[in-house]
Design a protein around this ligand. Structure first.
Ligand code: ATP
Ligand code: MG
Length: 566
């Protein structure tokens, strides 16, 4: 898609992040013919996490903002770990986040071109087949201050390398026995230039190219070239790729053979990756959690994956809001998980349907309310938005209330159910507690109260002031449910920086299952189609993906207030 330079916003315009400013300037200068093309390049070896969401918001966001296009490219150069399951999940998550790609490409689309390019480099004396082990090659790499040592195969004849590289691809050569290396500079201060490995043998079916190839290009030999083949203008990635950038440019220069060097080439820009407290973002570790059954799959609501957040009850807007809050910089940092929750809270406050649920129930009998009588009470769907309308909740003589809302001997400031004191039942009546019944062990089994018939919510003059409003459910007009409460997945702030194995750092109390809960029917049977719920006074919740009409399961998304603060 072509972008007229006149449409570009001036770079100094406030509110643009540093990458957007670069893009704006490039467009204004008509770089790459005024085109803007980005890509999001996941390797299909796992599910997307919130870190990827940050990259997605950048790659798609900047293209959208300046009228360019963002493509989805699967960086599928390692068949050992890749699978179509991941391909499908990645597409679903990007769409859920609210982004649209232009085209879908695959690094494997370019295997022929890359192979031909490698052959050309060999012919030009710029690549050679090395028969050393990876350990030997690593030993010869040197250090940033000490030059490396030449491989004994470095100066082998071109013909020999050509023949061996072709053999590497026929299956005759076992994995690890040979690699193809670019012949650049074993003394370069940038270690990536010390004859990097550009092809290795992998004897595994590829999910797209089957058994056609035995040699697969390394990241540095595939990524920049793929960008170039596709016409990417701004190749945006994370800071760990800064030292790779000169090599990225080197291979593109070689590929272009000196043609048109200053324009029409992709350029790499880097921003800080997202690191979050109390979780891990490494796909290897997330995969281990899934494979070892330490969590309930990639979409376990405690996982930092996009599908985990979705199942937990986050909206795509909440995820994007969080990404916006943290912004893009050139310095790595650790972001507070509480900020993600704050974003969710802010989002859900505006979005969630208010319903009642009792998570730790005790019976409340309104002793002066006629047996068999019921009343439909009006409840607002969202007091923040009048237009969201109302629904009704059935009131009766026998109710559920939260066990924690009753105390026999209460401190002065406990404005809830206390014998002799008045409290309002939300959307219903003011009641005065008259006592309770206990079992032999002293546990409260029933709470008693009397209602004031003149105090019905909404009635003229019913607004007598009482401190404290409690939620409740009519025992005959509610549904049983299981409720799952979640805490941090890890016990330490930065598990990745901890010397212990990450499995030892898992929080054993990260999941608490409450099996004896009740919810009002409107939470599941309503015409608002709103999957985002607020259980009043308790927190934000959503129906779990494994919930059935016979066994309702709700996940707690986040509490109403930040409970982690001291
Ligand atoms: P791997 O360890 O498999 O390389 P990865 O997390 O780098 O995992 P990719 O599929 O290569 O996964 O990532 C796709 C894109 O997402 C890359 O451009 C990468 O820079 C970006 N990305 C990955 N993790 C983060 C993160 N934590 N924050 C921001 N961007 C990220
Ligand atoms: Mg990667």
């Amino acid at each position: 898609m072509n972008v007229n330079a006149n449409h570009a916003e001036p770079a100094e315009k406030k509110g643009l992040n540093f990458i957007e400013q670069i893009v704006a300037t490039d467009l204004a200068n008509n770089k790459n013919g005024g085109r803007l093309q980005t890509r999001f390049p996941p390797e299909p070896n796992g599910y997307l996490h919130i870190g990827h969401a940050k990259a997605i918001c950048m790659d798609f966001g900047v293209a959208h903002k300046f009228g360019g296009v963002c493509n989805l490219r699967f960086d599928d150069t390692n068949p050992q770990k890749e699978d179509t399951e991941y391909v499908e999940a990645i597409k679903q998550d990007i769409e859920w986040l609210g982004f649209k790609w232009g085209n879908i490409y695959h690094a494997s689309d370019y295997f022929d071109q890359l192979y031909q390019f490698a052959i050309r480099l060999i012919e030009e004396g710029k690549a050679y087949v090395d028969e050393q082990t990876s350990e030997q090659i690593a030993q010869q790499k040197g250090t940033p201050t000490q030059p490396g040592q030449d491989s004994p195969y470095r100066n082998r004849p071109v013909e020999e390398s050509l023949e061996l590289f072709q053999k590497m691809n026929t299956g005759e050569v076992p994995e690890g026995a040979m690699v193809l290396r670019a012949k650049i500079d074993m003394a370069n201060p940038n270690m990536h230039f010390r004859d990097p490995i550009i092809y290795r043998i992998i004897n595994k079916e590829h999910h797209r190219t089957g058994s056609k190839w035995k040699v697969y290009p390394m990241y540095d030999f595939a990524h920049g070239q793929s960008d170039y083949f596709e016409g990417v203008t701004h190749s945006i990635c994370t800071l760990e790729f800064v030292p790779h950038r000169p090599l990225y440019d080197y291979f593109i220069d070689e590929l272009k053979e000196g043609r048109d060097l200053d324009d029409n080439r992709p350029r790499q820009y880097e921003f800080n990756r997202l690191n979050l407290t109390y979780t891990v973002m490494s796909k290897r570790k997330l995969l281990a959690l899934v494979q070892e059954g330490l969590v309930d799959g990639w979409d376990d609501p405690r996982m930092p994956t996009v599908c985990g957040l979705r199942r937990r009850g986050y909206s795509p807007e909440a995820v994007r809001k969080f990404i916006n809050m943290i912004g893009y910089t050139k310095f790595d940092a650790l972001n507070d998980y509480a900020m993600l929750e704050a974003a969710a809270r802010e989002d859900l406050n505006a979005r969630a349907l208010r319903v009642s649920a009792v998570l730790n129930p005790v019976k409340l009998i309104i002793t002066n309310y006629p047996e068999g009588q019921t009343e439909e009470m009006e409840a607002q769907n969202n007091p923040e938005y009048e237009a969201d309308g109302k629904h009704t909740v059935t009131f009766s003589r026998e109710l559920w209330m939260e066990r924690d809302d009753f105390m026999e001997d209460a401190p002065k400031k406990f404005f809830r159910m206390v014998p002799g004191k008045e409290v309002r039942l939300k959307n219903a009546y003011i009641v005065k507690c008259t006592g309770c019944k206990k079992d032999d062990e002293g546990n409260v089994v029933e709470v008693y109260a009397e209602y004031d018939p003149t105090s019905r919510s909404g009635l003229e003059g019913a607004n007598r002031k009482v401190k404290g409003t409690l939620h409740w459910l009519s025992t005959a007009h509610c549904l049983p449910a299981e409720v799952r409460l979640y805490d941090r997945l890890f016990t330490v702030e930065n598990p990745s920086a901890d010397p212990r194995d990450f499995r030892e750092l898992l929080n054993p109390d990260s999941l608490k299952v409450l099996t004896n809960c009740y919810v009002e029917p409107f939470a599941v049977n309503n015409d608002t189609c709103n999957r985002y719920l607020q259980f009043q006074r308790t927190g934000y919740f959503t129906l779990d993906t494994h919930s059935t009409p016979d066994h309702l399961i709700f996940n707690k998304t986040v509490g109403l207030k930040d409970s982690w603060k001291a």
